[in-house]
Structures are given as C-alpha cells and as structure tokens.
Design a protein around this ligand. Sequence first.
Ligand SMILES: Cc1cc2nc3c(=O)[nH]c(=O)nc-3n(C[C@H](O)[C@H](O)[C@H](O)COP(=O)(O)OP(=O)(O)OC[C@H]3O[C@@H](n4cnc5c(N)ncnc54)[C@H](O)[C@@H]3O)c2cc1C
Length: 394
Amino acid sequence: MAQTNGGSAPILISGGGIGGLATAYALARHSFRVRVFEQAPEFKEVGAGIQLGPNIFRVLEKIGLKDEILADAHRPPAQEMRDALTGKLIANIPLGDEFTKRFGQPYAVTHRADIHATFLKACQSSNLISLETSRRVDGYEDHGDHIAVTLENGERAEGSALVGCDGMWSSIRERIVGDGKPRVSRHIAYRAVLKREEVPKDLWRPDVVLWAGPRTHFVHYPLRRGELYNLVAVFHSDHYEEGWNAEGAKDVMWQHFKMQVPQVTRMLERIETWRMWVLCDREPVKDWSKGRVTLLGDAAHPMLQYLAQGACMATEDAVILAEKAAAAPNDLPAAFKAYEQERYLRTARTQIMARVYGEFYHARGVTAELRDMAVGGRNTQEAYDGIAWLYGGP
Ligand SMILES: Cc1cc2nc3c(=O)[nH]c(=O)nc-3n(C[C@H](O)[C@H](O)[C@H](O)COP(=O)(O)OP(=O)(O)OC[C@H]3O[C@@H](n4cnc5c(N)ncnc54)[C@H](O)[C@@H]3O)c2cc1C
C-alpha cells in the first residue's frame, strides 16, 4: 500500500452522495485512507440534471477529473431568461468562448448520475478508499485522539476524523450545530428527464432556458451530450415531504402553469411522471466543525437551487478540505477549522443570493418589471461582472 497520510487510522465519511465521494477522492489524492459509509444499498444518484458553473471545473481540474466530467456533459451556448406569460426575451447570456475566456473554465450541464458515477469510478480506482453500502451512521463519539462511529447494525468503526456529508437532513449537523430541521421554502420542484426524440423538434433548444412566471419558473436544457432533455418546474406550495424522489401530482402543477405560453405548456404536457422535491435551506452558520468532526456540502450549508450551486459548492468544499488536511495531517481539528474559515463566507453568500434569485425568478407586477430592467438592461460583460464573485472562485 502507498505511504499514507495522518497515521494508519482512516478518515470516516458519512454519506456517499456527490459531496461524500468528491471528499473521499480528494483526500485519497493526498494519501489519506478513507472509509465511506452510505446508508443506501448502492451508491446512486436520482435521474435529473445539474448545472456546473466554471467554479466547479476549477477544483475538478485540481483533482484531475475535469475532462471525465466534461466527456458526458452538454455545453450550452447560452443561458436565456424569458417571460412565461408573454414569451418575451428578458436576457441572453452567452456561455461559449467569450464566457470561457472570462472565467478560464467552461459552463456545462450534466446528468446527476453521470457526475456521481465519475466520482464513484475515481474512488473505486483508489486502494486507499473503502466504499461501504447499507451502512447508516447512527452516532459517534469524539475521544480526543480518535473518533468512534456507531453504525445501524451496531457495528463500530474507528477513525482519525469524521466528515458529515449526509445531506440536507444531516444527523451529524444536529450534534454540531443543533439548529433543528431545515427551513421549508414553500417552493416545490417537479423534475423529469425526456429522451431527445420525445421533445417536439420546434421546442428543443441547446441553451439553458428559464421561463420566469408569477410565483413559478420552468427550466429546460439538454443532458448527456444532448441525448436527453432535463425539465424542472418550480412553483409555490405548502406541501411538505422529506427526500427527493416522491411522485408529484400532475394536476397540482398544471394549476400553476396552464396560463403560460404554449412553449411552456406543450413541453409540460409531454411529461407522464414527475419527481417532486420540496425545496429547503438553512440560515448560514460559521461553526460547523467541532474537534475531529466537520460537515460538508448540504450538511454544512444547504441552499435553494436558484443559483445551481449546491453540488458545485460541495465539490469546492471537498477539494479545499483535503488541501487543509494535507497541510496539517497530524492536527485534523485545526485543519477542519481552517477549512471552515475559508468556506463559510463564500457558501453563506451563495445561500443568501440563491434566495434572492428565487424571488427574482418568481416576481410579479412591479417587481417583475424591475427584474426585467435590471437583468435585461445589461450587456454581456456586465452580466459576467454580476456573477464574477461566484464564477471567479474559489
Ligand atoms: C431541484 C434542484 C436542482 C438542483 N440543481 C443543481 C444544479 O444545477 N447545480 C448544482 O451544483 N447543484 C444543484 N442542486 C443542489 C445539489 O443537488 C445538492 O446540493 C448536492 O447534491 C448535495 O450533495 P451532498 O453530497 O452534500 O448531499 P446529498 O446528495 O444529499 O447526499 C447525502 C448522502 O448521504 C447519505 N446519508 C444520509 N444520512 C446518512 C447516514 N446517517 N449514514 C450514511 N449515509 C447517509 C444519503 O443517502 C446520500 O447518499 C439542486 C438541488 C435541487 C433540489
């Protein structure tokens, strides 16, 4: 076995989603041994699309996975915003060469399963990573010089540290931050994926298109090198259900969209089965590490999806956490504090701004007019300047 970092005890990771696997791989690249515990019987992501800003490619490049992720992705030429009641174009932001030149990295859209599979394959190729399914982490004890984790079946595992990558409803966060359940935004997302041939020819667009309506928005874009088409319809609702894979009632969604332009309604009519996701987030916090335990991704800073950044932020976290751990392999509590210090303001800003963008997308009346003036009145460089705080990092 290769020479390992941080002694012989592995770093334990709770959760094998995008954040958990990215962390495992980034740590292994710095020669740490890692054990990933995933509660589900297999490592798997739900079928839906995900947008990847240039900021994720900056960190993917560092861990050598940029080309693999891009291989399955689609590169949209532009991001477009339209009024869902009139069809009017509000803004068009080019995502081609000009964009890549400005940010030094591309913009892409991909299938969640594809990015997750790339991380999984990378982890499987490392003999420092142990991937363990049907292993729910039920509790832990920090003994000062090591961590002991209790698994669902009563088994115990010891490690040098624990990273909670256990998502929005993180039980590890409950111990560290203790801020109760996530905040329910009362926005609900319905998601579906079509095959390219199922999309009417005149409606297929290579761009990321967002239809902004009163208290709704609808986004579509191609996936997997253009072979699939991703659709997300968001509307206001008091319905609450944990998790992301419940079936959504078609008639409920239809009430919110039926008065919109045919480009929207014709596309929505194509979908037989919608998957529903009740959107939640939390107030930003800065203390998400305690001793040998830290949080990452949605467990640390869950955000609404309006900036399309949750998975990007989780991947940034992973790479930076591994760098801090490599800089202080014999003092992981200090490394975790340094990681948290570097991350909390950037992730907090993204959490807050995602809420603002949500309000903007769903605006009505005068607020919608103001939005159209603000985003529609910018030239390309001004549009890039507006998002440079996010896309220019980390
Ligand atoms: C509608 C929607 C659209 C989105 N679009 C984008 C986008 O375009 N771009 C983007 O970057 N982000 C997007 N996101 C956000 C992104 O999906 C999440 O931020 C990201 O998946 C979080 O990854 P994670 O690994 O932190 O958590 P999760 O993906 O939630 O993974 C947590 C894992 O931990 C496991 N787990 C939980 N508890 C335990 C336990 N006790 N023991 C063991 N395992 C456990 C779970 O089974 C799961 O596998 C979107 C989100 C939504 C809702």
